[in-house]
Design a protein around this ligand. Structure first.
Ligand SMILES: [Zn+2]
Length: 460
């Protein structure tokens, strides 16, 4: 670590000539208009909207991820894919009688429908009345629509765009809504990708079959998704939430692959499309106070973001807005009075602590498991801390492994719930300027709804 910080300080002196040449080459060789105009800020009419939500992605997560993906041998910290597109911030509080810090349902409903509501509300206002969502407006306007998430697709964020329920917990009713609620005789969501077979292949109602009867493809593996090109698809890749990116097997698509598959299908509609993509489990990692999982899910989300930006750069009539619904866990870069946050131990993990804890709970040896899935030499004390926990619940083993990563990296946590700070807003494409500065989340929702109705962020 000492070595690395010296390299960081010395390298600018050594590399001055190299940097100057590199800068010159960049300025003359690129013809990508986005280089000259990183925001892609034309005033063109908007045909398509891609709205990406990093659930729980407070600015601690985007900052920590920048350190995490930094190349240690270069003088300055490399930008993440998000950084060039940072244009504003968003307030996130909900209108809840008891809780001022939002949950995902209230925040998603507000961003989907432009109205503040109570925690737990899915597409309904404080009176529990249904509110029209951006996705519904898009469908009414003849656009194709998609929801992509790594949670089950009937979980709070996607549900708030495509369904209505007074409680996020009514998972079966929410799944039913996706099938039962029609607009102009059509199902509302053309492309629905994520987890959730438990809710769509039920004994009391086989929604997966019903969607197929109505012409949808039904895919449950990465290969099936890739080889299918039907414009309407239900893709469910896990019983509930999908595995974290670093725990996934080959049968499970990445968020990037799901986003790409969705864009291929949705872009066939000549009237345009609306696509919401959620990096659902940045938040779940935060609830679990698991910084390894948090970095895994940030990477998964970043790749999906890059896919969306690449599409928009080619298309030129696509608005990309990316933000978070709230932050989670009260994560800090630095803890216990030490001026240090080091991502290197986190990069050494090949699986999440959850994955390792399950293996140990199933009888695997603690030391062997740690050595198999983490490229670190553990101290005796660290191994003992996991061995002691191994007699207890899986959660205790998980906590013990997480603690090793927290202490080694200098990551702190203050809560297993959400926190109320403002969150970053990233934008690209025509009229993305409208999202710059500070907005409340209901204003972000309204601008997206306006865009889908008129091609303009603001009502004329
Ligand atoms: Zn959330």
């Amino acid at each position: 670590m000492l070595y690395k910080s010296i390299v960081k300080k010395l390298a600018p002196l050594v590399l001055v000539s190299g940097l100057a040449l590199g800068g010159f080459a960049l300025a003359t060789s690129t013809e990508d208009p986005a280089q000259a105009d990183p925001g892609g800020k034309s005033n063109a009419k908007i045909k398509n909207v891609i709205f990406l939500i990093g659930d729980g992605m407070g600015s601690q997560y985007t900052s920590a991820y920048r350190y995490f993906q930094d190349r240690p041998d270069s003088p300055y910290t490399e930008d993440t894919a998000f950084d060039d597109y940072l244009i504003g911030m968003q307030e996130t509080y909900s209108w809840d009688e008891e809780e001022s810090v939002t949950d995902s349902a209230a925040a998603a409903t507000t961003m989907a429908a432009g109205v503040k509501t109570y925690n737990g509300a899915i597409g309904v206002d404080v009176e529990k009345e249904r509110v029209k969502t951006a996705l519904e407006i898009a469908k009414e306007e003849g656009k194709s629509t998609g929801l992509v998430s790594t949670s089950h697709v009937n979980h709070a964020t996607p549900a708030s765009f495509g369904t209505h329920n007074e409680s996020r917990k009514n998972y079966d009713e929410i799944a039913d809504d996706y099938y039962d609620e029609m607009i102009d005789g059509e199902h509302k969501v053309d492309v629905l990708l994520g987890g959730g077979t438990d809710y769509f292949e039920r004994e009391d109602r086989d929604l997966a079959q019903k969607f197929q009867d109505d012409g949808y493809s039904y895919v449950t593996s990465r290969d099936e998704m890739m080889s299918d090109n039907n414009e309407q698809v239900l893709g469910l890749f896990a019983p509930e939430g999908m595995d974290k990116m670093i725990d996934r097997d080959e049968d499970t698509p990445s968020l990037e692959e799901m986003t790409s598959s969705a864009l291929d299908r949705l872009s066939k509609e000549k009237d345009g499309f609306f696509l919401m993509v959620e990096g659902s489990q940045i938040d779940w990692a935060g609830h679990d106070n698991d910084v390894v999982a948090a970095m895994s899910e940030m990477e998964d989300f970043e790749k999906a973001f890059e896919e969306a930006i690449a599409y928009a750069k080619k298309d030129k009539h696509t608005l990309v807005v990316t933000t978070a619904d709230h932050s989670t866990g009260g994560m800090t870069m630095g803890r216990d009075g030490e001026y240090k946050w080091d991502p290197e131990p986190l990069k050494a993990a090949k699986r999440t602590p959850d994955f390792m804890a399950s293996a140990i709970a199933d009888g695997a040896d603690a030391e062997e498991t740690l050595n198999k899935y983490v490229d670190l030499s553990f101290t005796e004390e660290e191994i003992e801390s996991v061995e002691e926990a191994a007699d207890g619940e899986t959660e205790e083993i998980d906590d013990a492994i997480e603690k090793i990563f927290d202490l080694r990296s200098g990551t702190g946590w203050t809560t297993d719930g959400h926190t109320g700070e403002d969150v970053n807003v990233y934008g690209y494409g025509p009229q993305s300027d409208a999202f710059s500065g500070l907005h409340d989340n209901h204003e972000v929702g309204k601008m997206i709804m306006n865009t889908l109705e008129s091609g303009r962020t603001q009502m004329k």
